[in-house]
Design a binder for this molecule. Structure first.
Ligand code: ZN
Length: 327
């Protein structure tokens, strides 16, 4: 599949679905990437497989009520987990435990009579950025979303690189230190265990529980409650000049540079796009990340690769689902 926006007709309406751990979002998207209308339903992610599927049907039924949905020729679905895109099967997803080896594409296809394509959420998001975002001028795009966790998507020669079964591009679980902290995936020292929102909050709580840190503005930002400390409180305190917060974010930037240096040496993308809930924070750390790349990317022309912010924010998975349907 190539992803040039001009391959769709102006009248085309694309139908995307974003399945998350708590909600399903089904939406109609124009061929220019504008979200026309979306319907949100709760996701029964921890009940039976059928109940989980029913949540998806509820969102899709809602959107099918819009007459413009009749113009959609297929459905694209973004799932945060291990997806076998070739067979249309959700292998497993940590936040959607109701599905294991679940034939999601076939079930949706059977009910609505439309072809269905499913993909991992970051794989879908990189397509949206390549069709409608800063990746549009480029053939080789590397996308990283930094939020609760870290997801990555790779487009090579204008095609999504999803691997043998769809399991490629799990860059968040590339290890930078085998002695590092344990990651949710079971491995040690994954970049997700250093730079995600979860990891930064965890590191902050660990440091704040040591003596001599009571005066840190991080704790103040979190209302004085250690358990309530989140990455956003660290970011806020760092903006106010707090030393501990600055140190935590600098460490995160340095780890990110080690990892991104490896990505550049492996892929040498035309552009690196940063998305996710922590995109602004990561962009604010860019000067330090760039300095780190002088050490951690061997590529002599690493400095020529633009590192830019994603076009889509919270809509990235929905737009990604829609982008999956562009042929
Ligand atoms: Zn991991």
């Amino acid at each position: 599949m190539t992803m040039r926006a001009q391959k769709t007709k102006a009248r085309d309406v694309l139908l995307g679905v974003d399945i998350g751990g708590t909600k399903v979002l089904a939406g109609l998207v124009t061929s220019r990437g504008k979200i026309l209308h979306s319907v949100r339903t709760p996701m029964a992610a921890r009940k039976t497989a059928r109940e989980g599927l029913q949540s998806v049907f509820d969102a899709l039924d809602g959107i099918m009520g819009d007459p413009r949905a009749k113009r959609a020729r297929s459905v694209g679905v973004s799932v945060p987990g291990w997806v076998d895109a070739v067979r249309g099967v959700v292998h497993s997803a940590p936040n959607i435990s109701c599905w294991r080896n679940f034939p999601l594409a076939r079930e949706i296809q059977r009910r609505y009579g439309l072809p269905v394509r499913i993909e991992n959420d970051a794989n879908a998001a990189v397509l949206a950025e390549t069709v409608w975002g800063p990746g549009a001028k480029h053939a080789n795009v590397f996308y990283v979303t930094v939020g609760t966790g870290i997801g990555t998507g790779i487009v090579l020669h204008q095609r999504l690189h999803s691997g043998r079964t769809g399991g490629a591009s799990e860059g968040g679980h590339v290890t930078i230190d085998f002695n590092g902290p344990r990651c949710g995936c079971g491995k040690r020292g994954c970049i997700e265990a250093y730079v995600s929102g979860t990891a930064i909050a965890c590191r902050a709580r660990e440091l704040l529980s040591k003596p001599g840190t009571r005066s840190s503005k991080i704790l103040k930002a979190a209302g004085g409650k250690l358990d309530a400390v989140k990455a956003e409180h660290v970011a806020k305190a760092a903006r106010q000049g707090d030393r501990l917060a600055t140190q935590i974010l600098n460490d995160a930037a340095d780890h990110f540079a080690i990892w991104l240096g490896g990505v550049i040496d492996m892929l040498e993308p035309d552009v690196i796009i940063i998305g996710g809930g922590m995109a602004s924070l990561m962009m604010s750390l860019l000067p330090r990340i760039r300095r780190g790349l002088r050490t951690w990317a061997a590529n002599p022309r690493r400095h020529e690769i633009p590192i830019v912010r994603a076009h889509f924010g919270a809509d990235s998975a929905l737009a990604g689902g829609a982008a999956l349907t562009i042929r």
